[in-house]
Design a protein around this ligand. Structure first.
Ligand code: BTN
Length: 265
């Protein structure tokens, strides 16, 4: 496998590649090492129309979904969190993680022609293996919603004995691709920022068609935490971001908070 010419994370480069509305203020902080970029931003004051960005070369307590650890080796990957304040209720954000996953896919396709897939509700897949995940955390501050979008993407990682599920990285799948993480990070921030207000106005339904093209689960046999039956097929997602399942020939609708789901081999 080719060795990659890795560029360091650089705040000025990230800011210079951004392509977003000038009214949005963007603050970028880069750390060599941090416990978790999400935890850092959750403790920071968020402001409407401002994006606080925290990126690290390494996390010592990287957080995954459902209390899992997100393995975060040094200088190998992207550990990115985006924080802002929204004048919304959490119930108005149905399908938000699907939007974020879609924006990451759009960034990868625009920059590198990579066609990534999404495993509902927030995993990113290449060739049937996970290479990225999203962890969205919120808290209410003065009746407003402080939100932190955490994104972990495996970029240059070639081996990691600690990951106990099938995984991949962009470098493993596309060894000849030259990836500058600064450009990719900027593109992801730009995509999210440029589509956020439209999402808040129209909801996930405005993005559903694009999501459907990336839905890796559609018509796949799955194992779902809440159902003991293994006769379970994932169907499509609804306009509110929930997922339809066919369990023992009966249709069920599940939301992201209530289930975890594995693709059957
Ligand atoms: C998952 O379990 O799939 C979600 C993983 C999210 C990991 C990212 S890395 C940047 C941010 N900081 C964290 O502690 N977690 C998220």
């Amino acid at each position: 496998m080719k060795d990659v010419n890795q560029k360091n994370l650089n705040r000025e480069n990230i800011l210079s590649y951004l392509n977003i509305d000038k009214k949005i203020k963007v603050n970028v902080e880069i750390f060599n090492q941090i416990d978790s970029t999400n935890s850092y931003l959750l403790n920071k004051k968020q402001v409407i129309n401002e994006l606080n960005i925290c990126i690290a070369e390494m996390q010592t307590k990287g957080k995954g979904r459902s209390g899992k650890v997100w393995e975060s080796p040094k200088k190998k990957n992207i550990y990115l969190s985006i924080g802002t304040l929204l004048n919304r209720e959490i119930s108005e954000l149905d399908g938000f993680s699907l939007l974020i996953a879609l924006m990451i896919c759009n960034a990868l396709e625009d920059l590198y022609k990579i066609k990534a897939k999404i495993k509902w509700p927030n995993d990113l897949y290449l060739k049937n293996k996970k290479f990225g995940g999203i962890l969205i955390e919120t808290k209410i501050v003065n009746k407003k919603l402080s939100i932190v979008i955490g994104i972990g993407l495996n970029i240059f990682m070639k081996t990691n004995e600690f990951i106990n599920q099938e995984w991949t990285s962009l470098h493993i799948e596309k060894p000849f691709l030259e990836i500058d993480r600064n450009i990719l990070i900027s593109k992801i921030i730009s995509e999210i920022s440029n589509n956020l207000n439209y999402f808040l106005e129209k909801g996930f339904k405005a993005f559903k068609k694009d999501f459907d093209k990336r839905n890796i689960l559609k018509n796949k046999k799955v194992l779902v935490s809440n159902f003991s039956s293994s006769d379970c097929i994932a169907l499509d997602v609804n306009e509110d971001g929930s997922l339809n399942l066919l369990v023992d020939n009966f249709k069920h609708k599940v939301t992201s908070g209530e289930v975890s789901l594995k693709i059957q081999k």
